[in-house]
Ligand binder design. Structure first.
Ligand SMILES: [Fe+2]
Length: 156
């Protein structure tokens, strides 16, 4: 079982991506906790919405790096992102959210999947990005503008 926390061992050495992975685990962990503590459906719904939104943002940022570095594993990497987004989107279904045991199981699976994805595809991408990082950071996604509430919680 995943602890649903970003850990330093997951760092790729690229601040933007690490920050986004941290935030994703933060939201995932909150949703998991809300399911464990039987929180009101409105709380779960809000967190599931944040999670879907953040998954899109996270993957868009990485996919910019994939395009810039012409990663030969890019196609497989994009397919993994698409599959993951599909699994995250399941959590927006109110019937699923009403079953707290199912939400707990899905969030744990997503945490395990993301950890495995980071150590595989994302790590491989980071190795390609680092030499060109100065050029790439100019194009970093402006996530602080899009999700100020979520980003404030990272800073605190
Ligand atoms: Fe990725």
């Amino acid at each position: 079982m995943n602890l649903l926390n970003w850990r330093k061992e997951m760092s790729l050495g690229i601040e933007d991506i690490d920050r986004q992975h941290y935030m994703f685990f933060e939201i995932l962990g909150r949703l998991h906790e809300a399911a464990v503590f039987e929180s009101h459906i409105s709380v779960l719904k809000g967190l599931a919405g944040d999670l879907c939104c953040y998954a899109s943002l996270l993957f868009r940022g990485e996919e910019n790096f994939i395009a810039l570095t012409q990663d030969p594993n890019g196609r497989s990497h994009l397919m993994e992102h698409a599959e993951f987004q599909h699994r995250v989107a399941i959590l927006e279904d109110v019937k699923i959210l009403s079953d707290r045991t199912k939400v707990r199981d899905i969030t744990e699976e997503l945490g395990d999947w993301l950890e495995s994805h980071i150590s595989g595809f994302d790590h491989s991408l980071a190795l390609r990005v680092r030499p060109a990082q100065e050029r790439v950071t100019i194009m970093r996604p402006a996530h602080t503008m899009e999700l100020p509430r979520l980003c404030e919680s990272v800073a605190s």
